[in-house]
Design a protein around this ligand. Structure first.
Ligand SMILES: C[S@@+](CC[C@H](N)C(=O)[O-])C[C@H]1O[C@@H](n2cnc3c(N)ncnc32)[C@H](O)[C@@H]1O
Ligand SMILES: [Zn+2]
Length: 511
């Protein structure tokens, strides 16, 4: 009798399971990325997923594994504050070595329901918890003591991360790592300097080196939020990728260092005509007994209003982070980690290795010129990149590419050296007569003769190793390139309008 009953129960649960599966098949399609699988709604505009961001997720997994390794295999408590389907959290659970727990949060109940399904699909219920909360409220509520704070906080919003930065720096443990995406490239790159000011407290400019400026605006903003809580940042990797920016930043407690962060903040005076840039610091701190004292800058560039190269009126951009964008040792550690992986582990490994090598070779000097651009200002033939690089090196300065732009020239040479090199170049490849009229900018540039002699002999050591090794340094934009759009449902704000009714709060990680 009992065994008959068990048989019926078994049959019933099998029948229910196949019904559940049929229901899921009707509702969802399944994708796989890395070691994870994920359900997505078959009907459009439900929960966000952008396959192009696989590179972002691959990179983040590599950074988190490296971060744990360099911290004695530290166990990581991770928050994905804006999780959507949770694909990223699933991958962190399956592909990051030392995970203690992951909280995947989204304020959209539909997203959280999907996260729950995806947890089951990937068998990671023991590692991933979900919560349906506003990210800022959640992070602030977790910021009160060390136990509830996180080692890693991932912010991957639609557009700007600005409104999440404050609560993120509050709720991260000292020495923790913040992973931030920004897809508001238009704003950060100068299409709306006023909007940039409202979001980041900094003015952007559309200029050839705007992508690095964007990274520096973001870092300045994170640093200033951190400083409010006597914290300071150390950027380990700051990348401009396709249509977005991705930053990996360590955040530490420390009142004195927070004060010293002013040393890494400054402005740029940028010429709208010839694109020369002049760095301007507020000043610098000097150590005193157990504290620091601030001294204002009084250099000649402090009151610069006209371009020293072409006499145009300069534009003031910033404040921006003027310190290092990357920690090169950390990047080497990521590369060592990737040396043990292949394209089955990470589909985008080739691009990661190329871009990380480029970032590692990059000089720490802020900003860059674009060779075609400065030559078009001069109305001259563009020298081969190796010729220009050699000329700079032959003047005893360093030169590198920037990962932000293919034809970039990053250098520790002052701007007048770069223009002197071009002035010597046009002695060999003259500017057309028609441009040499007083009303033309190039006339004003050539008015002041070059003061240095330039040797254009191409050097054997002018080609960076990443190029010699034929790495994938700059990838052409992949198909369907773009940030992806926010799902637009009929009642777009149902989750926020009826929040009390629709959300269930499951932020307690002990549950
Ligand atoms: C770009 S998607 C996240 C993508 C995801 N990280 C990935 O890798 O696929 C942004 C998500 O943030 C959620 N979101 C936006 N504002 C939020 C807020 N204030 N609190 C919590 N979630 C929010 C949206 O519902 C959306 O699902
Ligand atoms: Zn100028």
């Amino acid at each position: 009798m009992q065994s008959k009953f068990r048989l019926i129960l078994n049959l019933f649960s099998k029948f229910k399971m196949s019904l559940d599966n049929a229901e899921k098949d009707a509702l969802y399609s399944k994708i796989s990325e890395g070691k994870a699988q994920a359900y997505f709604h078959k009907t459009k505009n439900q929960v966000f997923y952008n396959p192009i961001q696989e590179f972002n997720r691959d990179l983040s997994i590599s950074v988190l594994n490296t971060y744990s390794r360099v911290n004695d295999s530290k166990k990581l408590k991770i928050l994905e504050a804006l999780a959507a389907s949770g694909i990223r959290s699933m991958r962190y659970a399956l592909e990051v070595d030392n995970v203690e727990e992951i909280l995947a949060n989204d304020f959209d109940q539909k997203a959280v329901d999907l996260i729950e399904e995806n947890k089951k699909l990937n068998n990671v219920e023991h590692l991933v918890k979900s919560s349906c909360d506003d990210a800022t409220i959640l992070m602030n509520s977790m910021s009160r003591n060390w136990k509830t704070k996180f080692d890693c906080i991932d912010l991957d919003p639609y557009g700007t991360p600005a409104s999440f930065l404050d609560s993120a720096v509050r709720s991260i443990r000292s020495g923790g790592i913040l992973l931030v995406t920004a897809t508001d490239a238009g704003v950060l790159c100068g299409n709306g300097a006023d909007t940039c000011f409202t979001k980041y407290g900094s003015v952007s400019l559309r200029t050839p080196c705007c992508h690095e400026l964007a990274l520096r605006i973001l870092l300045q903003s994170i640093s200033s939020h951190a400083a409010r809580y006597s914290k300071y940042i150390v950027p380990v990797l700051s990348l401009s990728i396709d249509f977005y920016f991705r930053l990996f930043v360590l955040v530490y407690d420390g009142q004195m260092k927070a004060k010293e962060s002013i040393n890494d903040i400054g402005f740029f005076h940028i010429c709208p005509e010839c694109h020369t840039f002049y760095e301007q610091k507020y000043g610098k701190t000097v150590p005193t007994k157990g504290n620091v004292k601030f001294i204002f800058d009084s250099t000649s560039e402090y009151n610069l209003t006209k371009c020293q190269n072409c006499e145009a009126t300069l534009k003031l951009v910033g404040p921006v982070w003027t310190g290092k964008l990357h920690d090169k040792i950390f990047i080497q550690n990521i590369l060592s980690y990737l040396a043990t992986k292949n394209d089955k582990d990470f589909k985008t490994i080739e691009r990661m290795v190329g871009m990380l090598n480029l970032a590692c070779e990059e000089l720490d000097n802020p900003l860059y010129y674009i060779l075609d651009d400065i030559c078009s200002v001069m109305h001259c033939q563009t020298p081969n990149h190796n010729v220009m690089r050699s000329a700079i090196m032959n003047c005893n300065y360093q030169v590198s590419y920037s990962h932000c732009a293919k034809n970039s020239i990053k250098t520790d040479a002052p701007s007048h050296v770069i223009w002197d090199i071009l002035k010597r170049w046009v002695e060999l490849k003259p500017v057309g007569e028609k441009w040499l009229k007083p009303e033309n900018r190039v006339f004003k540039i050539l008015k002041n003769q070059a003061k240095i002699n330039v040797d254009f002999t191409v050097r054997n050591d002018c080609t960076p190793i990443s190029k010699q090794n034929n790495l994938l340094r700059y990838q052409e934009p992949p198909p369907f390139w773009g940030p992806g759009s926010k799902p637009k449902r009929k009642s777009e704000n149902e989750h926020s309008d009826n929040k009390n009714e629709k959300t269930k709060k499951t932020t307690d990680l002990s549950k």
